[in-house]
Design a protein around this ligand. Structure first.
Ligand code: HEC
Length: 124
């Protein structure tokens, strides 16, 4: 009888362990930051110039857009999402509207936007 109790306990423990780790794709804030990093680094996304073509990761370096260094410390997840999907609503000082192409709502899947937001949040 004791033996069965022990086996049950072991099974229960591993079930809890598996549940806790389940879907563990390194995600944070609903998206996979590692996938977001890869996506951000693509020079081309679909028919568009990729994020890295315009955004440097080095502090203070302007290509076409502002550097994204530290952007995760300045903007919340919602603000990041808006600056990707609706870039003209809030403009970074000194950059005119439509310089960041307002195409990403069409070009990116919801999952890809989540991944980019999760990645940008790591840039603190
Ligand atoms: C053609 C150039 C260009 C491309 C490509 C581009 N951006 Fe931008 N981006 C800009 C410009 C210019 C701004 C500043 C004006 C504004 O706020 O819309 C900006 C602003 C931003 C901001 C706000 C930064 C801040 O400090 O508030 C974020 C976040 C951002 N872009 C992310 C992205 C991501 C993610 C991609 C790829 C999916 C991307 N951008 C692609 C030009 C670009």
């Amino acid at each position: 009888m004791k033996k069965y109790l022990f086996i049950t306990a072991v099974l229960l423990t591993s079930a809890i362990f598996l549940a806790a780790c389940g879907g563990g794709d390194g995600s944070s804030a609903g998206g996979d930051a590692a996938a977001g990093e890869e996506l951000f680094a693509q020079t081309v996304i679909g028919a568009q110039a990729g994020c890295i073509t315009c955004h440097s990761l080095d502090e203070g370096v302007v290509i076409v857009g502002p550097s994204v260094a530290g952007v995760g410390g300045r903007l919340s997840a919602d603000e990041l999402r808006q600056s990707i999907l609706d870039p003209n609503v809030v403009l970074v000082d000194g950059f005119p509207a439509d310089t960041m192409p307002p195409v990403w709502a069409d070009e990116l899947s919801d999952e890809q936007v989540d991944q980019l937001v999760a990645y940008l949040l790591t840039l603190k």
